[in-house]
Design a protein. Structure first.
Length: 243
């Protein structure tokens, strides 16, 4: 499991939920980390905890609905790490539940696309070309299995856009050493998923690490973290390779 040791990973939305567990999982595999949230204070204690595992950890902040802040957080991440080898585009917002779904305001779509799609693409625009130039990189873009819920359409169509983005880019990455894949963490009891979700947030591991660990040269895959819940990482990787 040498793939991630000594690499630099950027995890957006690392302060809680999926991002927190992914960051811990990456640190345990020896990856150095750039932890993102909207406020540095949100990742302070996590950074200390992960440093104790023997990896380097820096924190950056930025509101992802503001593209200037996206640029600034990337400037800060790159000046601290030198390079980013792995990115988990994990941070996202869930728009309000609209029972009157034909009255969903345009603002829901605008904000959701700004945070969940446009920032993600901007981060990829900045980080993927250098990965290609170095011949190695992993991009894991968080998506969702949400369907048939028009009450949350501003959120769900933003995730459909992420799926399309990844699938259209995937053929261009063939042979570059850079993988870009999709990860559905499953419905989890996080702030975004709410208290009625069936799964504990910790159940994203080890599945969430699979797309960063595989060396199969394939992009555009849709990984479901819950397919690997309760497994060891080694077994999860074997299962993913067999698919
Ligand atoms: N939970 C689920 O059931 C579920 C299901 C399917 C897919 N997903 C996907 O999994 C990913 C993680 O979800 P989660 O449940 O872990 O979410 P979460 O618990 O709500 O955490 C969201 C993270 O994103 C950051 N964030 C939120 N809004 C932001 C903004 N406007 N700009 C910058 N950062 C922002 C938060 O940072 P702060 O500390 O600054 O608030 C936090 O670290 C998302 O892409 C989500 O769509 C989740």
């Amino acid at each position: 499991m040498k793939t991630l040791k000594g690499r630099w990973s950027l995890v957006t939305g690392a302060s809680r939920g999926v991002g927190l567990h992914v960051s811990e999982g990456l640190a345990l595999l020896g990856s150095n980390l750039i932890l993102h949230s909207r406020t540095l204070a949100h990742t302070e204690s996590i950074a200390s905890k992960l440093r104790a595992l023997g990896v380097q950890v820096f924190a950056v902040s930025g509101e992802l609905s503001d593209q200037r802040q996206v640029d600034s957080l990337l400037d800060a991440a790159l000046s601290q790490a030198g390079q980013i080898d792995v990115v988990y585009n994990n941070a996202a917002i869930m728009t309000p539940h609209r029972s009157a779904y034909f009255e969903t305001p345009a603002e829901d779509y605008r904000t959701s696309f700004e945070v969940n799609v446009i920032s993600l693409a901007r981060i990829c625009n900045r980080l993927v070309p250098p990965m290609i130039a170095r011949g190695w990189g992993r991009v894991v873009n968080l998506t969702s299995g949400i369907q048939d819920q028009p009450e949350l359409s501003a959120y769900s169509v933003s995730k459909a856009a992420v799926d399309k983005y990844v699938r259209d880019l995937a053929p261009k990455l063939a042979g570059t050493g850079v993988h870009m894949n999709l990860l559905d963490p499953g419905w989890l009891r996080t702030d975004l998923g709410g208290p009625n979700a069936p799964n504990d947030p910790s159940s994203v591991l080890p599945g969430a690490l699979v797309p960063a660990m595989l060396n199969d040269g394939i992009s555009g895959r849709f990984f479901r973290a819950q397919d690997y819940a309760g497994m060891t990482l080694a077994d999860a990787l074997e299962k993913a390779l067999a698919k």
